[in-house]
Each structure stands twice: as C-alpha cells, then as structure tokens.
Design a protein around this ligand. Structure first.
Ligand code: PMP
Length: 286
C-alpha cells in the first residue's frame, strides 16, 4: 500500500511527496535528520530523538518552524495514519528552497518531511554469528569542523567508509578520528568489553551521540556492569574480549572479526548477548 508522507504540514500520497531541486538539503546537504524506531506501535525514545534533532538544527543555525511538541504530534500522526506497528521513521528538516548560492538566509523556510515505513533489518543469523568488519582508511570528520554530533544530511564521510566495507564484502567499518582513536562505525556506535568492563569512545572522539548508545549505557549500568568512556585505539579493538555496535537499525549487534583478527572466541560474547536481550525487552516494554 502506498504510504502517506508528511510534507510541510500535510499528509500527501507517496507519489506526490516531491521537493524542489532548489532545496538546499539537496544542493548542499544543508539540513538535519533523525532515524527513529517504532516498536509495538510506540515511538522509541521519541523525546530524545526530537531533542537531538533540535540540537542538530541549532548547530547549523536553522530554526525549525514548529515547536517540539508540534513535531512530536506530526510524527505520531504520520505513524498512525500509515498504521505502522513495527517500523522506522525518517524525519528530515531541510534548509528549504533557496537560490543556487550558499546563502542559507535566502531560503524561504525549512522543509519538513516525515516518512514512516517498515524496516529492513540485518537477518537474525547475523546477530547469532556476529559481524565481520574492517577498519576504514577514511578518517572521520574532524570533530571541531562540523561536529559529528550534528546529524546532518551530508553523510559522505560515512558513505566513503561504507564503500570500503562493501568493497571488502563486509557490512560495516570502524572509522578512526584525525588522531587515530576510534570514532564510530559508519552508522553505529562502538563498544568493547575487557575483563567484564564496558568501554566506549567519548563523543568528542568524533561520533554521533547515539540514542541507542545512551540506552545501552543505562541498561549495562542497571546490570551492575561498569561502563567507562575512554579513547580506544585499533589495538584495543584487536585485543578486546567482546566488540559490539549499537544503533537505531542494528540495535545491539556483536562483532566477531575485525581486519581478519578474531575477537574473543569468535562468537558474540556474554555481555553483548545480555545487553541485546535487555535492549529487546526495554524496546518492547517488557
Ligand atoms: N553514528 C552514526 C554516524 C549514525 O548514523 C547512527 C545512526 N543514526 C549512529 C551512530 C547510532 O545512533 P542512534 O543510536 O541514535 O541510531
């Protein structure tokens, strides 16, 4: 069935959901977005996603012409209209229609798009076996240039690393920052486990402050597991007991090999499994 898309205040048919070629979201990647899950008909961590969207927007000096609560209502309405129970929301705010020049202040008003659809997940088998990944040579954007905390419409940095992964026949790649510390994966945050302690890079190392990352930190702490933010090197990934990634689409997924080095005993480890299970229960309200 064709979807109804929220486009600038109206729900329109998918076939009519078109935007201008002069939209700076397209011309310059000038805009921000969110990817949000729907579990059992409920929007997962809705407030946190909306807060991050507005922070991203502030980071690029763009004022969203809706209050946060209006935005949340628009998202709810789009989900309900499409009758999505298990799915994914793509919420996009573009700079809007402008001229061919860079000047964002010549753009009329930000464009708002909300798509609620089903989601293509990693097959269950990959969660049981774990992922094989590589280290990308593409360096993560310098965190003091455009902050990776801004979830912007320009994903070229991550896409170049993703291409490296796909060229190596693996689905993900670790990106390192300009100093050489682990930043994140192309669309996920990175965690390791060593001697029962969970370590992860601070966001200042150059990662998006993942909503899943935040939930997983809390779930680990609630289990009495120590969680430490610290810069991680490639050696830390090679020598850890467990490695896992977190993200809206992937949730919690174990990594069992990186750059052909086997991690732990080559299977997703016990803490990874525990946190995946706890995450599942939390997401489904159990
Ligand atoms: N880093 C990047 C670059 C991402 O695109 C994502 C997915 N949106 C994440 C991390 C994970 O963030 P979240 O848990 O909010 O999906």
């Amino acid at each position: 069935m064709a979807l109804k898309i929220w486009l600038n205040g109206k729900l329109v048919d998918e076939s009519a959901a078109k935007i201008s070629v002069f939209d700076h979201g397209l011309l310059y990647g000038d805009g921000v977005f969110e990817g949000i899950r729907i579990y059992s008909g409920k929007i997962f961590e809705h407030q946190a996603h909306i807060d991050r969207l507005y922070d991203s927007s502030k980071g690029i000096r763009m004022e969203i012409p809706m209050t946060k609560s209006q935005m949340m209502q628009a998202v709810e309405k789009t989900v309900q209209t499409n009758g999505i129970v298990e799915g994914y929301i793509r919420l996009i705010v573009t700079r809007g229609i402008g001229s061919l020049g860079l000047n964002p202040f010549l753009c009329e008003s930000p464009g708002i798009i909300i798509i609620a659809d089903s989601i293509q997940l990693y097959p269950e088998e990959l969660y049981e076996k774990g992922l094989k990944i590589i280290s990308a040579t593409t360096v993560r954007n310098h965190p003091l240039a455009i902050s990776p905390q801004v979830k912007s419409l320009n994903y070229l940095n991550n896409i170049l690393a993703k291409i490296e992964a796909l060229d190596s026949n693996v689905p993900e790649a670790i990106m390192y920052n300009h100093i050489g510390y682990v930043a994140e994966a192309t669309g996920d945050n990175v965690f390791i486990v060593r001697k029962g302690v969970v370590y992860l890079p601070p966001v200042e190392a150059g990662s998006l402050e993942g909503i899943t990352r935040g939930v997983v930190i809390s779930l680990a702490q609630a289990e009495g597991i120590k969680v430490v933010e610290k810069n991680l090197t490639r050696f830390d990934l090679y020598s850890c007991d467990e490695l896992f990634l977190t993200g809206t689409a992937a949730e919690v997924i174990g990594v069992v090999e990186i750059d052909s080095r086997v991690i732990g005993d080559g299977k997703p480890g016990p803490i990874t499994k525990l946190l995946r299970e706890k995450f599942y229960k939390y997401a489904h309200g159990k």
